[in-house]
Design a protein around this ligand. Structure first.
Ligand SMILES: Cc1cc2nc3c(=O)[nH]c(=O)nc-3n(C[C@H](O)[C@H](O)[C@H](O)COP(=O)(O)OP(=O)(O)OC[C@H]3O[C@@H](n4cnc5c(N)ncnc54)[C@H](O)[C@@H]3O)c2cc1C
Length: 134
């Protein structure tokens, strides 16, 4: 059985990871779960859109789910939310937000990536904030 890679989130980090994984392995089955209808859109363009510099909302969408799927042979599942990660079983629970169906998705081989940690010293007040990665 080939490698199966599950990616949670389909914007900058998720789409980037999926594309990098495809470049690394032509054979892997890569699945991207994104709870919104969109992937790979330009967060950074939002202020320009709000300020009227970018006038068409569509210009914020860098790549459509269909194009991401077709170009990189990635199984893109928008409106799918990952509700749990079970590291010991190497599985995630996924809810289809349209049908409300839930399913278990197993992955193979590589471990799920670890949560990022901030290099900020613990003495900084921001490092103890509720939304800090530490
Ligand atoms: C207004 C603004 C301006 C910015 N300007 C810049 C800039 O000029 N330069 C720069 O470098 N950066 C900028 N950034 C930051 C940059 O946009 C972010 O660093 C980048 O979007 C982070 O990408 P990400 O994929 O990690 O997270 P996100 O963009 O937050 O994407 C995460 C995705 O995962 C999905 N998701 C989360 N949980 C689940 C789940 N359980 N199941 C399924 N899907 C899930 C979310 O729906 C989301 O689409 C800006 C951000 C904003 C908001």
């Amino acid at each position: 059985m080939g490698k199966r890679i599950l990616v949670v989130g389909g914007v900058a980090g998720g789409a980037g990871a999926a594309v990098k994984a495809r470049r690394t392995s032509e054979d892997a089955e890569i699945v991207v779960f994104e709870r919104t209808p969109y992937v790979s859109w330009a967060n950074c363009g939002l202020p320009y859109y709000m300020g009227g510099v970018i006038q068409r909302r569509e210009e914020l969408f860098v790549v459509s789910p269909r194009r991401l799927a077709a170009r990189f042979n990635v199984d893109v599942r928008t409106r799918h939310e990952v509700t749990a990660i079970d590291r010991s079983r190497k599985a995630v629970s996924v809810r289809n937000l349209d049908t409300r169906d839930t399913s278990d998705e197993r992955r193979c081989c590589a471990p799920l990536s670890q949560t990022a940690t901030s290099p900020a010293p613990a003495t900084l007040s921001c490092a103890r904030a509720e939304n800090s990665l530490r």
